[in-house]
Design a protein around this ligand. Sequence first.
Ligand code: UD1
Ligand code: UDP
Length: 364
Amino acid sequence: MRIICVAGARPNYMKIKPVLDALEAHGAETFLVHTGQHYDPAMNDVFFQDLGLRPPDRFLGVGSGSHAAQTGRVMTAFEPLVDELAPDLVVVVGDVNSTLACALVTAKAGPLLAHVEAGLRSRDWSMPEEVNRLATDRVSDYLLAPSEDAADNLRAEGYHEYQIHVVGNVMIDTLFANLDRAKASDTLSGLGLTPGSYGLVTLHRPANVDDPEILAGLLKGLGEVAAHCPLVLPVHPRAAEKIDAIGAPGGIRLVPPAGYLDFIALQAGARIVLTDSGGVQEETTALGVPCVTLRDNTERPITVEQGTNVLAGRDPDRILATALKLLDDPPPPRRPALWDGRAGERIARVLLDGGTAATRPRPT
Ligand code: UD1
Ligand code: UDP
């Protein structure tokens, strides 16, 4: 079977790696297509090195732009590639613009489409990712859900049972595959940190970083947390200039975006994590590290119900109160079912047993 696997932005690389590995282990002919949505070495190259991800077979080089411009550029570049490579199947992961763009092209071009991380819903239409998730699921043949709650969302939306497969969480496959290596690295000592002595922060959601007033409120709340536990903040390029303009409160150490192994080492050693990232909510749950999510909602409620995550929104007082509670009384580590390091293998079995577009009717 000929299969295109798509990646393009930071949270894609650790999701596509276990899928590619498992498909190849089962003898599929795979092509890795990189859209180029992220391109800085710290947002891109370091992940290929750290994860041992092979160089992309094709690079679309789309770069940054408005949602329409970026999505359109990926579509325009991906369409001829689908004609040229004539895959039986295209695999997209997550919820970034590259995911949606390649999904839309595939749905019209003919190959089957598989969405890894299907069924996640924040029910917040102001998030660009929520639009991407809903639209990608709608045109997918295979809906590969990380957990039962995601599958329930799909059932409630009327998808066919034969489309839905609860396969577990690919991001956790990659986490477990690299955890020992990350912990053995000199990341913490290189920053003068010791395990359990610091908190880790990430911020990059447009709703948190684009408006300077909202960002200033978040930094104020984080500054108050830092008075109790010093914080390290690897700065996403989207937020860099805006944080510089406001200035970070004392106790918050700004560092460049971290590579994968460095960031896993930082998470595993943290006393607490404060984040608006989707993936980091999952990784902290798998690691059993307390997590304060700086958002009012999450598309990953399982990390709250069965993990270490608490939603705190953006109010500085609530952020401080939530962080202090978790520092005083860390939640017990729990791990959702099927977050066991074997999701990639389950996905390969589903996809390779599933037939091709010639044998599999498109859902109506
Ligand atoms: C994107 C995803 C988001 C994901 C995040 C992960 C969409 C709609 N958003 O958000 O879901 O959580 O990636 O990190 O797809 N930039 C650089 N260098 C880079 C990449 C980006 O400087 O390598 C800067 C550019 O100024 C760019 C801005 O960051 O305009 C935003 O990049 P973009 O890919 O559009 O969205 P993200 O905020 O990174
Ligand atoms: N990550 C990283 N370095 C960082 C921040 C995050 O390697 O400085 C990793 C993190 O461990 C997780 C993924 O990037 O595997 C999450 O991506 P991100 O937060 O950019 O996107 P989201 O998950 O919110 O879409």
